[in-house]
Design a protein around this ligand. Sequence first.
Ligand code: NAP
Length: 248
Amino acid sequence: MENVIVITGGSRGIGAATALLAARQGYRICINYHADDQAAEAILSQFRALGAEAIAVRADVSVEDEIIQLFLRVDDELGPITALVNNAGTIGQQSRVENMSEFRLLNVMKTNVVGPMLCAKHALLRMARRHGGQGGAIVNVSSVAARLGSPNEYVDYAASKGALDTFTIGLAKEVAGEGVRVNGVRPGYIHTGFHALSGDPDRVSKLEPGLPMGRGGYPEEVAEAILWLLSDKASYATGSFIDLGGGR
Ligand code: NAP
């Protein structure tokens, strides 16, 4: 069976590093992204240089109609999905809870919680044995913030990742008998463009002296854990988490 992977938010950062590693491991790849066509095209040309079959699909993970279209394209152009990485996520400006708008809270929860649930739903309809599928694996990209709570910064984001972790545990049990494993990774401070969203693009470099390892992490270090959890080497791992927080 060919390995077909869907990576949401795969055009930049952790998702792009995961997609590149998957390309080197022979997966057929669908990267999803939200808005930045140029970043998606740039990463697509890197896959093609590696000889990998790959498509890029623009879709907002929090909108089910767009997710349905994404999975239909994967069916048509790559074949049956075997792996899903729920990686797309968002964060608001650093703020106390008193100053968080309803719009912000709904956006964080829709993108970081509802989105992965919808993507898992449409992947399971194809992968789970009860639906005639061949099985597969899902990895949800959470954060150490789910454990730490991120006070005075982004408690909403931390809570969204806590919800994602609970979803990972529950879904893993729900589909364990149907050939689908579900696990999570919890990165700490990783060098990506994500921190610009919270208002501090240089956040990781600034915080490095105070981190246990004296440095932030790199997207490639998270990608290794994701690909391992998806692989047969992790065949008895489900409902579990790998923290990539450098000791945080
Ligand atoms: P990033 O470099 O900012 O990349 C984000 C990716 O997600 C982009 O491809 C973006 O597409 C896509 N995206 C954003 N909203 C989307 C939506 N609604 N629908 C579809 N795609 C969407 O981010 P990153 O740092 O790699 O983060 C990836 C994941 O790791 C997130 O879930 C984040 O919470 C988690 N994480 C990151 C860190 C860190 O320090 N970086 C730490 C812990 C956890 P466009 O560019 O087209 O908008």
